[in-house]
Ligand binder design. Structure first.
Ligand code: PMV
Length: 324
């Protein structure tokens, strides 16, 4: 017997970042976070539970995956098998239409799509909240790719209340994330490893302590569509994240020379009248956020900077969905 389902999900860009875990199992974050799903960037995953398989099989962008990446997926599937009281192994085929592992949060869309496809294939019908809690176990930020649009992940006290929910629909505010690609290669340190180092930075506790204040400001800015307020808190939060990364032991330095050039250009453009701001995840690429009316101008300016190889523009996206 075979049980199959296919689901797709978008990655998300965090405006208030998640970094560091309070608990690695079952994956509770050090702080709450806030993000926007990215339309047009999509992971599509087909899961097929097949009684003839002798182990799980993972195929990502048409290549077989082994090692740490496979072990994480296998552990995640074990949890789903336990929920469904099944023991059948599965073949997973996942395709990203954007660069994998270059700070574009491919693990977020990957685990959101996998959570939905695998549970449906086994006949489980989870609510959005249950699906978000489940995706969180694969990759923290994946819980934010489950609901649509602008999304808050409340850190919560335990497994039952650590999940993400939508604070505004994708149509609420026409923001665009212009992602300036500096380097398409796979990053050296995965965020998975980075979370474990967060506590070695003396700055992490200060970042976490002030997080609820930043989250409140960012949420207000989104709900009020106040770009000035939004830009200030988003850049502060990104700078705090990278201050923690750089002061971890060992230090995590994700920036390339072009990364700094872009950040400085964005600040200058804003000072001279173009409403843009930057934010960076665990990688050298810079997410430059603007209103949709400024998308073409922002893209063009970014492409004129040395070191920018390409720009991918994404507007607010929907939540995870079942395809078949
Ligand atoms: O979900 P993970 O383990 O890939 O961690 C995501 C970490 C950041 O992208 C740097 C921040 C965030 O909140 O997305």
């Amino acid at each position: 017997m075979k049980f199959t389902a296919t689901a797709s999900a978008h990655p998300n860009i965090a405006f208030i970042k998640y970094w560091g875990n309070r608990d690695d199992n079952p994956h509770l974050p050090a702080n709450s976070s806030l993000s926007m799903n990215l339309e047009g960037l999509t992971t599509t995953t087909t899961v097929c539970f097949d009684e003839r398989l002798k182990s799980d099989v993972l195929i990502l962008n048409k290549e077989g995956i082994t090692g740490e990446g496979f072990q994480r997926v296998h552990k995640f599937l074990n949890h789903i098998r336990q929920l469904a009281s099944k023991s059948t192994y599965a073949q997973l085929e996942s395709v990203n239409n954007f660069p994998t592992g270059a700070g574009l949060a491919s693990s977020a869309s990957a685990y959101a799509a996998l959570a939905l496809a695998a549970t449906r294939a086994l006949g489980l019908e989870l609510t959005e909240k249950e699906l978000s809690r489940l995706a969180r176990r694969g990759s923290g930020s994946a819980c934010r790719s489950v609901p649509a649009g602008f999304v808050e992940w409340q850190a919560g006290e335990d497994d039952s209340d650590s999940y993400a929910f939508s604070i505004a629909s994708p149509e609420h505010w026409g923001l665009v994330d212009c992602i300036a690609l500096v380097n398409r290669s796979h990053k050296k340190f995965s965020s998975w490893q980075g979370h474990r180092l967060a506590a070695t930075s003396p700055l992490q506790s200060a970042r976490v302590k002030d997080c609820q204040r930043r989250l409140r400001l960012c949420k207000e800015a989104i709900l009020e569509k106040d770009f000035k307020k939004f830009a200030e808190v988003v850049e502060l939060d990104s700078n705090l994240l990278h201050a923690v990364m750089m002061s971890s032991q060992p230090a995590l330095l994700y920036w390339e020379p072009a990364t700094i050039e872009i950040m400085k250009a964005v600040i200058y453009w804003r000072e001279t009248g173009l409403a843009v701001c930057y934010t960076l995840d665990a990688g050298p690429n810079v997410h430059v956020i603007c209103r949709s009316s400024l998308k073409d101008e922002t893209k063009e300016r970014l492409l004129n900077l040395r070191g920018v190889k390409d720009v991918i523009a994404a507007k607010p996206g929907g939540g995870v969905k079942l395809i078949e």
